[in-house]
Design a protein around this ligand. Structure first.
Ligand code: F6P
Length: 380
């Protein structure tokens, strides 16, 4: 991280800044992730030190679409929020400014491009830079606004850890901890009842949460979206354990996992500009296992527990580092960038590098090999 030299911002001292940055707006887009408040706290505190005025947009883009939803953020506004989950600004993954849901008189939903409304509000409030904290969707909005002349900065966020331009996103570590705790808890009850316990974890099309928590929690089978599974192998693993007198098994199922030749299980299709809701992968597997193993089967869908609760120290620290770097980028007028973690370093990368490249688990990578080495069944 390179600290800006000057406290007062002037275009003379920062030749890359065409206009001095005096007022910025920050929003937390998409779903929440533990560590968002650490970002907001660090960003606001650093901006205040640099004499940059900060506004917050409530509920993601909603605050820039609806009137009276912009709030002034001062150091006092972010006091005491570090251990809190969620975002003090609120989040929304419905407020897509390029496909914003509206309802006609009959209550039918349609989608409108309201990006002009956002641009007008930013202009009217004399906001110099819009800082967007979010995942792939939010970064693609950042890119689209950039093309329309807005000065933007991105901060990567998702529990799924699937953004290619950064090694880690905050929220992931807390989600993995929660999922590991759940797998630990399921072990004792599975063992007491000689059951096969299936636990469905979040992560969308990336198996990071499942692989990390599955290995950390000692799961017997881990099914991830990147490796289509053969149910026969899952059955064989459970039978092999039973033949050794181990009468229970723990099966981690990533929500995007799919059987060989099959598709992901979805709760609802993606609407215009919005992603599909995944769900049902573990119940689908339970159906396939029924009658093929003698055990009772139970399914736990961990769901949004993985997104809630107090952030881990790792996520608080990463969020804080990202927040400070975002403020420093504002001060230097270095827009069009997303902050990122590369190795141990906080860096910034062009926003276009962050959009549309999902970081997925390598099916032949080290982590998968580690799982296989300790006897975990991956379904293929
Ligand atoms: O992208 C984060 C995430 O929690 C995914 O892991 C999950 O599939 C999705 O969001 C859930 O979204 P929602 O909160 O809209 O149900």
């Amino acid at each position: 991280m390179t600290k800006p030299r000057a406290r007062k911002i002037s275009s003379k001292k920062h030749p890359r800044a065409p206009e001095p940055v005096r007022r910025v707006c920050i929003l937390t887009g998409g779903g929440d992730a533990p560590g968002l408040n650490a970002v907001l706290r660090a960003f606001v505190k650093t901006c205040c030190e640099l004499d940059i005025e900060v506004y917050g947009s409530e509920d993601g883009f909603e605050g820039l679409i609806q009137p009276d939803r912009l709030v002034k953020l001062r150091s006092a506004s972010v006091r005491g929020i570090l251990p809190k989950g969620g975002s003090i600004l609120g989040c929304s993954n419905r407020a897509n400014p390029f496909a914003y849901p509206r309802h006609d008189k009959r209550g039918r939903e349609h989608f409108e491009d309201v990006s002009d409304v956002v641009l007008r509000r930013i202009h009217d409030h004399e906001i110099d830079v819009l800082v967007m904290v979010g995942g792939d969707g939010t970064m693609s909005h950042a890119q689209a606004f950039m093309k329309r002349g807005l000065r933007v900065i991105g901060v990567p966020k998702t529990i799924d850890n699937d953004l290619a331009a950064t090694d880690y996103t905050f929220g992931f570590d807390t989600a993995v901890d929660t999922a590991t705790w759940a797998i630990d808890a399921l072990h004792s009850t599975a063992e007491s009842h000689d059951r096969v316990m299936l636990v469905e974890l979040m992560g969308r099309y990336a198996g990071w949460i499942s692989l990390y928590a599955g290995i950390a929690g000692g799961a017997d089978v881990i099914l991830i979206p990147e490796i289509a599974y053969d149910v026969d192998r899952v059955v064989a693993k459970i039978q092999e354990r039973a033949s050794r007198g181990v009468t229970f098994s723990i099966v981690v199922v990533g929500e995007g996992a799919k059987p060989r030749g099959g598709k992901e299980s979805t709760i609802s299709k993606g609407r215009a500009g919005h992603l599909a809701r995944l769900g049902g992968a573990a119940h689908g597997l339970a159906e396939q296992l029924k009658g093929r193993i003698p055990h009772e089967i139970r399914v736990t869908v961990l769901g949004h527990l993985q997104r809630g609760g107090t952030p881990s120290s790792f996520d608080r620290l990463l969020g804080t580092r990202f927040g400070v770097e975002a403020a420093w980028l504002c001060a230097r007028g270095e827009t069009g960038k997303m902050v990122a973690l590369r190795g141990q370093q906080i860096v910034s990368v062009p926003i276009e590098d962050a959009v549309g490249h999902a970081k997925l688990v390598d099916p032949n990578g080290e982590l998968v090999q580690v799982a296989r080495a300790i006897g975990v069944e991956l379904g293929a």
